[in-house]
Design a protein around this ligand. Structure first.
Ligand SMILES: [Zn+2]
Length: 273
C-alpha cells in the first residue's frame, strides 16, 4: 500500500512538473509585444484590417503594429488601405473579423452596404478611438452599427482616469482602474450598449460637463455580429499604453469569436421604462 502511495506521489510530482513546463512553454509563446499575457484565440481566424483617413491618427503604423500582433497569434490577415474591399463579397464572405482604423473620410453606398451586411451576418467588428468611433461622419447607418460617434475632446491632451466597471468580462478581466494622458473622447452613444469602462470629465475648458460620466469601452451586437469599441488610442503610444493595449487585444479576440459562439443578449438599457 505504502509503495502504491509513494508511486502515486511520484506521479503527482511528475504531473506537477510537466504542468509547470507546459505552462512556461505556453507563457513564452503567448506574451505579446507589450508584455501582456494573452491566450491566443485567433489561430486560423481570417481578419481583415482596413486603414486610412486622417493621417493625424497614424493609421498606417497602427495597422502595421496590429497586423504584426495578429500574425503572431497565427491569424490569417488581409490588410487594405481602401474601403473598396468592403464591396468585394468574395472576400467579405470569408472574413471572421474586421478591424478598422479610418478617421473621418467617406464611404460609398455599396461599400457601407457590404460592411454592414457582413457584420449583420455574423462577422465581428473591432477598433479604437477615431478608427471606428469617428469614421464616415455623415453616415448614420454606420453609427447605428458602432453604437456611438465622437463629438469632442474638450481640453485636448489631458491626464484622466479610466474606471473599469466590469472586472469579470474577458475584455476587462483583472484590469484595475488606470490613468492615461491623451484625448478624452466625449461621445454620443447608444444608451443600450454594454459598457465595460467609463471616465469622468473634470473639464476646465467646458465647465458645464464637469462630472459627466462617459463610456470608454463598450460592446454590442449588430445583427449577428459582435462589435467592440474602446475610445483610447489617439496616437500609436496611446494605443500601445499597457492597459489600453490589453483592452484592445482582448476586445479583438472577443469580437473574433462572433461566428463561433452562441450569442447572449448584450442590450443593456440605462433608462428605465
Ligand atoms: Zn485623436
Amino acid at each position: 500500500m505504502r509503495f502504491q502511495a509513494n508511486d502515486g506521489c511520484i506521479h503527482y510530482r511528475m504531473r506537477r512538473i510537466m504542468r509547470t513546463i507546459i505552462s512556461a512553454f505556453l507563457m513564452l509563446f503567448c506574451i505579446d509585444t507589450y508584455g501582456q499575457t494573452v491566450m491566443s484565440t485567433l489561430e486560423g481566424k481570417k481578419v481583415l484590417l482596413v486603414y486610412g483617413g486622417w493621417e493625424g491618427h497614424q493609421p498606417k503604423i497602427k495597422s502595421e503594429v496590429i497586423s504584426q500582433w495578429l500574425i503572431k497569434q497565427k491569424a490569417e490577415v488581409i490588410v487594405s488601405n481602401s474601403t473598396e474591399i468592403y464591396a468585394d463579397s468574395d472576400i467579405m464572405d470569408r472574413i471572421d473579423l474586421i478591424i478598422q482604423i479610418i478617421t473621418m473620410s467617406d464611404i460609398r453606398e455599396k461599400e457601407i452596404k457590404g460592411l454592414l451586411d457582413t457584420i449583420k451576418s455574423g462577422t465581428g467588428f473591432a477598433g479604437c478611438h477615431g478608427g471606428i468611433g469617428d469614421s464616415f461622419r455623415n453616415n448614420t447607418q454606420y453609427q447605428y452599427m458602432v453604437g456611438g460617434q465622437f463629438v469632442s475632446h474638450p481640453g485636448g491632451q489631458l491626464h484622466y482616469k479610466v474606471h473599469v466597471i466590469d472586472g469579470h468580462h474577458p475584455i476587462t478581466k483583472d484590469i484595475e482602474d488606470f490613468s492615461v494622458h491623451t484625448e478624452q473622447y466625449y461621445m454620443h452613444v447608444d444608451p443600450n450598449n454594454t459598457v465595460l469602462a467609463t471616465t469622468v470629465f473634470q473639464s476646465e475648458a467646458h465647465q458645464w460637463i464637469q462630472g459627466a460620466v462617459m463610456p470608454v469601452v463598450w460592446i454590442k451586437h449588430f445583427g449577428k455580429g459582435r462589435v467592440f469599441y474602446s475610445s483610447l488610442g489617439h496616437a500609436l503610444k496611446d494605443m500601445t499604453h499597457p492597459e489600453s493595449w490589453t483592452i484592445l487585444i482582448n476586445g479583438i479576440q472577443w469580437a473574433a469569436q462572433s461566428k463561433f459562439v452562441e450569442h447572449h443578449n448584450l442590450l443593456n438599457p440605462i433608462y428605465e421604462y
